[in-house]
Design a protein around this ligand. Structure first.
Ligand SMILES: [Fe+2]
Length: 294
């Protein structure tokens, strides 16, 4: 058995929080990362994945500062970009420069294999009302933000999966793909947290590659686990917001066991919590499960 971890939505450099469900602990993010660094050795994880919105605005200084925070964990890691990371035209260049020591190649779209699992990372683009797809997130705001996976990334994914068809695979992207179940969506006010659209293009592709068992996403700021036709999606809440938790994956030859863990210092979560808004921690179904790999 070996382990890896998932954290999401650090929103480093946040000034004013526009989408918090509970109090955003962005000012305490260095202390939160210090606590995670202290907690991490006992977890014996081989690496960590950070599923996007590592910064809040994607400015050059923030990208490198967030990189320094992740480096501070002293654990190998793989970064995934989110909408907040890629606001500026140069954001992806800064991201690739900052994480050059962690990315397998100089791109925000990449794959890697670790022991008995393969991982594919995608970078959806913003879909604008006129139907155009653009890598830049800023423009005339029109309410709900939607993203889609550009065709060239779908072609790349198809090729990558074809050449790794005998190894169980995890696909990572920042935005949720599968519908949010009623048990969770009843709380989410739908206040334009945004979503991936044209998701059937990805799901149809993945349906032809049964080795893909798992989608890991963020962006929601709440924990949610759901499955569809043999594919399980795990959306992980924000590390700066209640319940300030991460996911722990125990990988065996025949299965992956998923656990949801809090920091040893529970004070951050208590300070973030607004009374009555405990729902982002999810139900039991959003916190633990076992995924078969065969
Ligand atoms: Fe996001």
């Amino acid at each position: 058995m070996w382990r890896f971890l998932q954290i999401s939505d650090l929103h480093f450099g946040e000034v004013a929080c526009q989408q918090a469900i509970n109090h955003s602990m962005h000012r305490q993010i260095p202390e939160i990362m210090q606590c995670l660094r202290r907690d991490a050795p006992r977890l014996e994880a081989d690496f960590l994945v950070a599923t996007g919105d590592l910064t809040n605005q994607g400015g050059c200084d923030a990208v490198f500062a967030a990189r320094d925070l992740l480096d501070f964990l002293d654990l190998p890691y793989y970064p995934v970009g989110g909408d907040a990371d890629f606001r500026e035209p140069e954001s992806r260049t800064w991201f690739i420069d900052a994480y050059s020591g962690h990315l397998p190649l100089a791109d925000t779209v990449y794959s890697f294999t670790h022991k008995n699992l393969h991982f594919c990372v995608l970078d959806p683009w913003r879909l604008w009302p006129d139907g155009s797809l653009a890598p830049i997130m800023t423009g005339e705001e029109t309410g709900e933000e939607v993203w889609a996976i550009p065709p060239h990334q779908l072609h790349w994914l198809e090729d990558d999966l074809r050449s790794h068809q005998d190894i169980p695979t995890v696909v990572l992207l920042h935005y949720p793909v599968l519908p949010i179940p009623e048990r969770v969506s009843q709380y989410d006010d739908g206040n334009s947290r945004g979503r991936i659209t044209k998701e059937h293009l990805l799901l149809d592709l993945l349906a032809n590659h049964e080795q893909v068992k798992l989608l890991l996403t963020g962006h929601t700021h709440y924990h949610c686990i759901r499955s569809h036709k043999g594919l399980t999606e795990i959306s992980t809440g924000a590390l700066v917001e209640y319940p300030i938790e991460y996911r722990e994956f125990h990988v065996y030859d025949d299965r992956v066991e998923v656990y949801t863990q809090g920091l040893s210092n529970e004070g951050f979560a208590q300070e973030s919590l607004i009374e009555g808004r405990e729902w982002p921690r999810g139900s039991a179904d959003d916190r633990e499960l076992v995924i078969a790999l065969d």
